[in-house]
Design a protein around this ligand. Structure first.
Ligand code: 48H
Length: 260
C-alpha cells in the first residue's frame, strides 16, 4: 500500500464538503426531513433532472421507517404502494389480499441509496430552523447544525435559496409551523391554520393522503405524515404506502408547477 498522509484525508473531506455546500446554496427544491416521504420525493425530483437537496436533523436518514411497527422491523404496504417498492427494487411479500410486508431495514436503506444515486443531495445533521419569505412566497430555508440546536448555542444560521420547499418533517410539521407563525397570510387549509393530526385510522389516513399533498403557502408543499397532520387527517400507523405515494405525488406537483 502507498504511504498515506492524514492531512490529505482532511483536505479531501473539507474541500469536497464545502464544494457541495456552496453548490447547494441555490437549488430548485429544498426538502426538510429525510423520512420515507422526503427521500421518495427527492428521488423522483432528482430523476426528473431537478437540483434537489434534503436537509435532515439526525445522523441517519429514514425517519420513522427503520423501527417498523413497535420495533418489529417490518412495515406493511398496500397494493398501490407496491408499485413504488417495485420501482426501487425493494422486496415485498404478500401477506393477504392488498397487504404486503417489507423488511424495514431493506426498505429504508434502499430508498436512501437509490435516491442519492439518482442525484438527490443529502445534508444530514442539519436542521431547518426558519424559512426565507420574499413577496409572500417561500424562497428558501434557513439552516443550522443540529448539534448547535441541541447544545443551545447562540450561533446564527445560514440561508439557502430554492424555488420550492417541501415540508417532509412528519408528525411535527416543523416548516409549516414556522410559516404559520411568521407569515401574515393564512395557510391553504380549511381553517387557514395547521389543523393537527387525528387518531389512528389507517384506511381513512391512507385514502386522504394524496388529497392532502398540497402547496399550503406559495412555494411550500407538504408531503407524508406532515400532509395529514397539517390538513387534520388521521395518522395511519406502520403502513407506509401513503408515505411513498405522497413523496412521488409531491414531486409530480412541483415539477408541474416549475414547468409552468
Ligand atoms: C431537518 C427535520 C426537521 C427540521 C424534523 O417522521 P418521518 O419518517 O416522516 P415521513 O412523513 O416521511 O414518514 C412518517 C412515518 O415515519 C411515520 O411516522 C408514520 C407513518 N407514522 C404513522 C403513525 O401513526 O405514527 O421523518 C421526518 C424526518 C425525521 O428524520 C426528522 O428528524 C426530520 O424529518 N426533521 N429535519 N429540519 N426542522 N424536523
Amino acid at each position: 500500500m502507498k504511504e498515506l498522509n492524514d492531512v490529505i484525508v482532511s483536505k479531501a473531506i473539507i474541500k469536497e464538503y464545502m464544494d457541495d455546500l456552496l453548490d447547494y446554496t441555490e437549488m430548485d427544491v429544498a426538502i426538510g426531513g429525510g423520512g420515507p416521504s422526503g427521500v421518495t420525493a427527492g428521488y423522483y425530483l432528482a430523476k426528473a433532472g431537478y437540483k434537489v437537496a434534503l436537509f435532515e436533523r439526525k445522523l441517519s436518514i429514514g425517519g420513522g421507517m427503520w423501527g417498523g411497527g413497535m420495533m418489529f422491523n417490518k412495515v406493511v404496504v398496500q397494493e398501490e404502494g407496491k408499485r413504488i417498492l417495485d420501482e426501487f427494487n425493494i422486496k415485498s411479500k404478500p401477506f393477504q389480499d392488498n397487504y404486503y410486508t417489507v423488511d424495514s431495514i431493506e426498505c429504508t436503506s434502499t430508498l436512501c441509496s437509490k435516491a442519492t444515486q439518482a442525484g438527490l443531495k443529502i445534508f444530514n445533521l442539519m436542521s431547518i430552523e426558519d424559512v426565507m419569505i420574499r413577496k409572500d412566497k417561500i424562497n428558501g430555508v434557513v439552516l443550522n447544525w443540529s448539534s448547535v440546536e441541541m447544545a443551545g448555542l447562540h450561533i446564527d444560521p445560514l440561508t439557502v435559496e430554492s424555488k420550492a420547499v417541501i415540508d417532509a418533517t412528519g408528525h411535527p410539521t416543523e416548516i409549516a409551523k414556522i410559516v404559520e407563525k411568521k407569515s401574515q397570510k393564512n395557510l391553504n387549509t380549511t381553517t387557514g391554520k395547521i389543523i393537527g393530526e387525528g387518531s389512528m385510522w389507517a384506511d381513512r389516513a391512507e385514502n386522504k393522503i394524496l388529497e392532502n399533498v398540497s402547496e399550503i403557502y406559495p412555494g411550500l408543499y407538504v408531503t407524508g405524515m406532515a400532509a395529514n397532520a397539517v390538513h387534520g387527517s388521521p395518522r395511519m400507523g406502520p403502513i407506509f404506502g401513503g408515505m411513498l405515494l405522497s413523496g412521488e405525488y409531491v414531486a409530480k406537483k412541483i415539477i408541474q408547477n416549475l414547468e409552468k
